[in-house]
Design a protein around this ligand. Structure first.
Ligand code: E4P
Length: 219
């Protein structure tokens, strides 16, 4: 399973990259705007920090011709850019075209299996299924993830199911249970995954016993 960090903050990407467990980054127009920096410079810096990772950068036009121009421009930023495209009609047309040109894509704002089917048929590299925003409506965001994973496996689509709009560690657990290929999350959720009180108290006890015995590893 791939772990992506969902951020437009270069410093957070650096901290996440140091862990050596991050496979990519997802940004969106809101996250880039929040970073307070320019789009191209931010995406290029992130691409440099994680040169082996897939870095999603989103187009913002909503008509096909401009979307295509933006997509080609964005994909020229770095070899590891993945063009993020919203699930609208010109978006699906764009993904079909980018697939034909061997350019990786991430179809975003996907909420239903029907939408995911359109993205898979267009050859999307990643299908970003949002869960938190559905949970916010007191609905089960993970239902569509489970069904989409099963659809991709049943028909042998190449697309990977990416769980997005992850808000807490339980979403990560559910992503694993659903067999999702990727989960993207804010850096604070990655930090939360480390936490367990028994890890903290266990380590405290090990170190107390070790130190009481006057032991050392390094000479
Ligand atoms: C994913 O690619 C999106 O950028 C992100 O996960 C959206 O999360 P939110 O619903 O918490 O804004």
């Amino acid at each position: 399973m791939k772990l992506f960090v969902d951020t437009g903050d270069v410093k957070e990407v650096e901290k996440a990259a140091e862990l050596g467990i991050i496979d990519g980054v997802t940004t969106n127009p809101t996250l880039i705007a929040k970073s307070g920096r320019g789009f191209k410079e931010t995406v290029q810096e992130i691409c440099k920090i994680l040169p082996e990772g897939d870095i999603s950068a989103e187009v913002v036009a909503t008509d096909y011709d401009t979307m295509l121009k933006e997509a080609l421009y964005v994909s020229s930023f770095a070899p590891n850019v993945v063009v993020k495209v919203p699930l609208i009609e010109p978006g699906i047309r764009l993904v079909s075209e980018l697939t034909r040109r061997d350019i990786k894509t991430n179809v975003t704002l996907v909420f239903t299996v029907g939408q995911a089917l359109l993205a898979a048929k267009a050859g999307a590299t990643y299908i970003s299924n949002f869960v938190g925003r559905v949970d916010d409506l007191t609905l089960e965001g993970m239902d569509a993830v489970r069904d989409t994973v099963s659809m991709v496996e049943t028909y042998g689509f190449d697309s990977e199911v990416l769980v997005a709009s992850v808000r807490h560690p339980l979403h990560v657990l559910e992503s694993v249970r659903a067999g999702a290929h990727v989960a993207t999350m804010p850096f604070k959720v990655i930090e939360m995954l480390f936490k367990h009180p028994l890890t903290d108290s266990g380590l405290q006890r090990f170190l107390a016993d070790w130190n009481a015995a006057g032991l050392h590893i390094l000479e």
